[in-house]
Design a protein around this ligand. Structure first.
Ligand SMILES: [Zn+2]
Ligand SMILES: [Zn+2]
Length: 361
């Protein structure tokens, strides 16, 4: 059987390669991709921001087990699996041996491995803009609960798991106040999780749709950037809503350097700042380090998550799927063959979250 897998050789160009679908390795499996999403990082790839040698796009997916490798009878949580079952994989592997892994911070693994550099490298199907995806023996995957559709499960292995871990890193607990800077995908997922753990949630954004979605994803209060356009005014409003000296935890998911600086100024003395949004190298912002000193705050950087957080996320979804409008987060579907168009429309912000569906489905 043949399958296809995409490659971005340079900015604004996408090619498909075709190979025989390999057999799974003992301990691993091969999945058919049923849905993969255009995430923010694919838009960066489409712009050519990730190196000159090209890159394989796609890391968020839901799929069906095509073939199980020798010895595989259960997922990583011990749930029995068989061919045809729906699964979601973590899109990287961790080493379990480096100092971060050993300390329990697998998200900080220094030997994290993602897909190959080019589709020609066997087993070819190592990124998810593809008809198939090869899951390695050391790669975590979980059965998708029956009440969680592919459309929602496909983003569980990225944004949702990442903010779940981020809120744990920031030790957000019951009754605390969380300020979320940015009501995009990461922010909305964080609001729902924070709400369910008993926190009071305040969100800041400047786009009507995103402010409305913030409310539906659990924000108790929203602050419209257009209404509070200078920092002093925002600071006063945040204090008014959070009470006391400000929010206990600030989550930065707006993704611009200025938002990180703002997080530091808005968090209460002794509070925690979690930085997730800024991922573009080379961007800087002036900061007064004395603020960090005198406010006695903690700052946590979070990229990816420990692999078992995907299971926590899927469990969260199965319990709360009807409480939040998750289906609304994906506003466009394209066949996989039109991935370039999906990337283009995502870059031009004509769609907020595009799903790609391989044609054979
Ligand atoms: Zn993603
Ligand atoms: Zn490691």
């Amino acid at each position: 059987m043949k399958g296809k897998v995409a490659f971005i050789p340079q900015g604004h160009k996408l090619e498909f390669f075709e190979y025989d679908v390999p057999d799974p390795l003992p301990g691993g499996l091969v999945a058919e991709v049923t849905q993969t999403n255009v995430c923010g990082s694919e838009v960066h790839m489409w712009r050519g921001e990730f190196g000159r040698r090209g890159i394989m796009p796609g890391h968020e997916m839901a799929g069906r087990i095509h073939a199980l490798g020798q010895g595989v009878t259960k997922d990583w949580a011990g749930v029995p699996v068989k061919p045809g079952d729906r699964i979601a994989p973590v899109y990287y592997t961790v080493c379990n041996r480096c100092e971060n892994c050993v300390a329990g911070n697998h998200a900080g693994c220094v030997n994290r491995v993602m897909g190959a550099a080019h589709p020609d490298v066997p087993p070819h199907f190592t990124a998810t803009f593809a008809t198939h995806y090869v899951i390695k023996p050391e790669q975590h995957f979980y059965r998708i609960p029956d009440n969680v559709p592919d459309l929602i499960a496909a983003s569980a292995n990225c944004a949702m798991s990442q903010v779940y871990w981020a809120l744990d890193r920031g030790r957000l607990s019951y009754g605390e106040k969380l300020l979320v800077l940015g009501a995009g995908g990461l922010g909305l997922h964080a609001m729902a999780i924070a709400r369910e753990r008993g926190a009071r949630v305040i969100a800041i954004d400047g786009v009507d749709l995103r402010l409305a979605q913030a409310r539906r994803f659990g924000a108790d209060e929203v602050i419209d950037l257009r209404q509070y356009s200078d920092l002093k005014a925002r600071q006063a409003r945040v204090r008014e809503l959070a009470g006391g000296g400000g929010p206990d935890v600030v989550l930065e998911v707006a993704g611009i350097p200025e938002a990180f600086v703002e997080a530091i100024s808005l968090v209460r003395n002794g509070g925690r700042v979690i930085e997730v949004g800024n991922i573009s190298g080379g961007l800087t912002a002036p900061i007064a380090p004395s603020l960090v000193t005198f406010k006695s705050i903690e700052i946590h950087g979070v990229a990816t998550y420990p692999p078992h957080y995907l299971k926590k996320t899927l469990d969260f979804l199965t319990r709360h799927i009807n409480r939040y409008p998750y289906l609304e987060l994906c506003d466009a579907r394209f066949p996989l063959s039109r991935a370039a168009e999906a990337l283009d429309k995502s870059e031009r912000k004509e769609v907020t979250r595009a799903a790609l569906i391989p044609e054979q489905q």
